[in-house]
Ligand binder design. Structure first.
Ligand code: CP
Ligand code: NVA
Length: 313
């Protein structure tokens, strides 16, 4: 019998079991096929999603909003200046008030603690749409994309090259849950949080895979089935961009680096991309790149998540 995710929040993929992650991916695939067939699925008719943004977004905002429309519901965009979390009002009061109007809350924040608090106080499901520490929705779409390209997840070798940031953390948890080996290759001083690496490695061990971090590019990338990167300076780190560009120079995904990976390796990037910084434009347009399928899958994966959390299926 399928597991029920009704009423749950998604703050981090570490909180979801392997079975729950696989169920979201399976539902995402079903919803994607239904959409391809032109079959409407208004299973969240009458439901409202509140979307809180402290940072900019293209994919997250539009995929959640279109996704809710396709599910027969409605989404409300709350811009950074609309509610000014913690300044105009406390996180607790925002969570309690929105829970009286809406059926799901999605939030993109700076502090990870803000999403944690929203989930703690809200009486409806809360979805982390990116915090300084994690980006779990992106990873659901990433796993869906890898499954589509490779036909499987468990046992593959997934390599992340770049900054040990929010993407790295969520990828570590996501890979650990589905039994995919993952190595994060970062410059010294930019590795993922030790706490996250240790927690993800422990989850991975239960699922027969290794999760680790290194600074050795060639060793990390050797034999990779999937090669992934993200920007060197995340939202909120703009003042560090010039220094980071110097430190990360060797950690760029280009033809030279791809020579160390498997020749059939899939290239992923969560986007937005800074071409000729963390990735070359040519690699993103090569047959190995799946970055736009990956962006599309944000739509399907998040629709699945909303349907399961709101109990629409
Ligand atoms: N990948 C991603 O989350 O994109 P946006 O920042 O545009 O939402
Ligand atoms: N690490 C990036 C991800 C963007 C989707 C950031 O936080 O800006």
């Amino acid at each position: 019998m399928a597991v029920s995710l009704k009423g749950r929040s998604l703050v981090s993929l570490k909180d979801f079991s392997t079975e729950e992650v696989l169920q979201i991916l399976e539902t995402a695939n079903t919803l994607k096929l239904e959409r391809l067939r032109g079959q409407p699925h208004p299973v969240l008719a009458g439901k409202t999603l509140a979307m809180i943004f402290q940072k900019p977004s293209l994919r997250t905002r539009v995929s959640f909003e279109s996704g809710m429309t396709q599910l027969g519901g409605h989404a409300i965009y709350l811009a950074p200046t609309d509610i000014s979390i913690g300044k105009r009002e406390t996180t607790e009061d925002i969570a309690l008030v929105l829970s009286r109007y809406c059926d799901i809350i999605m939030a993109r924040t700076f502090g990870h603690d803000i999403v944690v608090d929203l989930a703690k106080y809200a009486t409806v499901p809360v979805i982390n749409g990116l915090s300084d520490e994690e980006h779990p929705c992106q990873v659901l779409a990433d796993l869906q994309t890898v499954k589509e390209k490779k036909g499987t997840l468990a046992g593959l070798k997934f390599v992340y090259v770049g900054d040990g940031n929010n993407m790295t953390h969520s990828l570590m948890y996501g890979c650990a849950r589905v039994g995919m080996h993952m190595t994060a290759v970062t410059p010294p001083g930019y590795k993922p949080l030790d706490r996250v690496t240790a927690e993800a490695a422990a989850i991975g061990k239960e699922n027969g895979c290794t999760i680790d971090a290194t600074t050795d590019i060639a060793k990390g990338v050797a034999g990779a089935d999937v090669v992934y990167t993200d920007v060197w300076a995340s939202m909120g780190q703009e003042t560090e961009a010039a220094e980071r560009a110097k430190q990360f120079k060797a950690y760029r995904i280009d033809e030279k680096l791809m020579a160390h990976a498997d020749s059939t390796a899939t290239v992923l990037h969560c986007l937005p991309a800074h071409y000729d910084e963390e990735i070359s434009y040519d690699v993103t347009r090569s047959p190995q790149s799946a970055i736009f399928d990956q962006a599309e899958n944000r739509l399907h994966a998040q629709k699945a998540l909303m349907v399961l959390l709101a109990g629409g299926r």
